[in-house]
Design a protein around this ligand. Structure first.
Ligand code: DHK
Length: 154
């Protein structure tokens, strides 16, 4: 049975092209759709007693706005910024302004791919990084962020 919901949610933010999961380069990203990942993530978060706010945008500014919203509303944040991971100082700066735990997540092992994917603007401001486990990366990220939230509350 799910635990009683806590006051603040876990925000799960997804960047550009992740709306195409399931059909986009399935050899790299798998066949699980973003909607399926949203459902799996929500169920896992419920087992820890958290609701999830699960969002995706192809627009950098919209992701920045959601990170601002998370300053007040989120107990923790999981972010797969897609290609903005490797380019966005704006998302880096927005995340710096958060005080809750931040887990960076990727489906693919970015370090085993092209060199331009080896650098992340998110990693220096994240509590931790989970890469390379496909859709399961998100479930590992929920477990990680939930334990970081609990540790911070002690
Ligand atoms: C998703 C993307 O869209 C890429 O731009 C990143 C990431 C990797 C992922 O593996 O989830 O380089």
């Amino acid at each position: 049975m799910a635990k009683k919901s806590r006051a603040k949610a876990i925000y799960v933010l997804n960047g550009p092209n992740l709306n195409l999961l399931g059909t986009r380069e399935p050899d790299v990203y798998g066949r699980t759709t973003l909607s399926d990942i949203g459902d799996m993530t929500a169920a896992r978060a419920q087992s820890h007693g958290y609701d999830v706010v699960f969002s995706q945008s192809n627009h950098e500014g919209e992701l920045v706005e959601w990170i601002h919203e998370a300053r007040e509303a989120a107990a923790g944040i999981i972010i797969n910024a897609g290609a903005y991971t490797h380019t966005s100082i704006a998302i880096h700066d927005a995340l710096r302004a958060l005080s809750c735990p931040i887990v960076e997540v990727h489906l693919s092992n970015t370090f085993a791919r092209e060199e331009f994917r080896h650098h992340s603007y998110i990693s220096p401001v994240a509590s931790g990084v989970i890469v390379g486990f496909g859709a399961n990366s998100y479930l590992l990220a929920v477990d990680a962020v939930a334990s970081l939230i609990e540790e911070a509350a002690i």
